[in-house]
Design a protein around this ligand. Structure first.
Ligand code: SF4
Ligand code: SF4
Length: 382
């Protein structure tokens, strides 16, 4: 089984990122070895939201810079491409790159920062649920991809890392269509695995130096996890990173799906990495704060209920989005982006038709002021 290469790091400085990236690429023969004769690389960061690097929401620009430099030094053409959440246009892509600090960090490098917002149909022939996807053009044309993800908790998928990061290949509002088409978490996970496997990802790098816990991927709390990981397999990379955060495979729908397809085992252990048992234990994150949609114990409880009684029982216990009207700025973004079109703006505030809500938590993810909260069932909270 392929190893997950783990490194401890606590700070983002250019010098340290250069050394870290060099260590992360070394097992693959460096940038040149990974390229294996290919002339261009596409780097897919996580720029889900226009947040500064210190927020822990998006890929740190200095890590991205060091990765770009490594491939440029190896003589490759480098493209950085990502479709953020919400409406994806040339103007919004430019604003996103600026807001996440990427524009400034890469300004002196000969890197193509893709902003044209064009898309193409991409084949996913081996997919279980989906046989094709609309993806942003440079991703459909990439020689190979380095998937540079962030280690975070996630209100819908519990954990987000390498497998989830490639959802950013799907342009803007098309993501919401996929949420609406696959409202059940298990189907959504199948779709995400189909998408990931259809893309030419050669390496996954997980940035857990500073990540996020709680109501991720955008409204959680910054937390220093202190590690970064690299692996050719997104499933193995995610399994190990989630395990270090204290999350089990069965509690993370994407990992459960990956295990069902034989992409990873159901349990992680130190010997999947190049760390000793002692070093691996030291890397463990204690008392991770889960999203409000998955309070302590509820992830396993709901997983067990799901396995025992199917969907009907757990529907009763599921968390729901709830707006804090005092904090709400009345921008209407939640209503605009809701895939189920179940939010209506009345007197400048959102009203949710709960019976039609598919609990994708896109409204919470994209609320710019964090006013969309998650209401948890009292029994599950106990
Ligand atoms: S996105 Fe947030 S701030 Fe905007 S209307 Fe919805 S809850 Fe209010
Ligand atoms: S109200 Fe929020 S959680 Fe419910 S379907 Fe709409 S975006 Fe998803």
């Amino acid at each position: 089984m392929e190893k997950v290469h783990l490194y401890f790091e606590t700070e983002y400085t250019e010098e340290r990122m250069d050394a870290l990236v060099s260590a992360l690429l070394a097992p693959y023969g460096g940038a040149l070895g990974l390229a294996a004769g290919r002339k261009s690389v596409l780097i897919k960061p996580n720029l889900v939201s226009k947040k500064p690097p210190e927020s822990g929401v998006t890929t740190h620009p200095l890590m991205l810079r060091s990765l770009c430099k490594a491939f440029l030094d190896a003589g490759l053409k480098v493209t950085v491409a990502e479709s953020h959440g919400g409406v994806y246009t040339e103007a919004s892509a430019k604003a996103q790159l600026a807001g996440c600090g990427v524009l400034g960090a890469l300004k002196d490098l000969d890197v193509c920062l893709y902003t044209k917002a064009e898309s193409a149909l991409h084949s996913a022939e081996g997919g279980v649920l989906c046989k094709s996807f609309e993806v942003i053009k440079p991703i459909s044309e990439a020689d190979f991809i380095v998937n540079l993800c962030k280690v975070k908790t996630h209100s819908l998928t519990v954990y987000t890392g390498a497998l989830k990061n490639t959802f950013g290949a799907v342009p803007g509002m098309r993501k919401f269509e996929l949420h609406a088409r696959f409202p059940e978490k298990e189907d959504f996970a199948k779709m995400l695995v189909d998408l990931h496997l259809s893309l030419p990802v050669a390496l996954n790098i997980a940035d857990g130096i500073i990540g996020m816990e709680g109501n991720g991927p955008t409204a959680g709390v910054t937390r220093a996890f202190g590690f970064a990981a690299a692996c050719g397999s997104a499933a193995l990379c995610d399994l190990v990173c989630a395990d270090l955060l204290g999350l089990k495979c069965a509690d993370v729908p994407l990992l459960a799906e990956a295990a069902r397809r034989g992409l990873c085992p159901e349990e992680a252990s130190f010997d999947m990495t190049d760390l000793t048992a002692e070093e691996y234990e030291k890397a463990r994150v204690r008392d991770l704060k889960l999203p409000d949609s998955s309070p302590k114990g509820a992830v396993s409880l709901l997983g067990r209920l799901q396995r025992l009684g199917g969907g009907r029982i757990i529907r009763l216990f599921r968390s729901k989005p709830k707006v804090n009207k005092t904090e709400c700025a009345g921008c209407g973004k939640c209503a605009e982006y809701c895939p189920a079109k179940t939010i209506e703006m009345k007197n400048g505030k959102p009203h949710i038709n709960r019976s039609a809500c598919i609990r994708c938590f896109c409204c919470q993810e994209l609320c710019p002021v964090g006013a969309m909260k998650i209401k948890t069932n009292r029994i599950v909270r106990l």
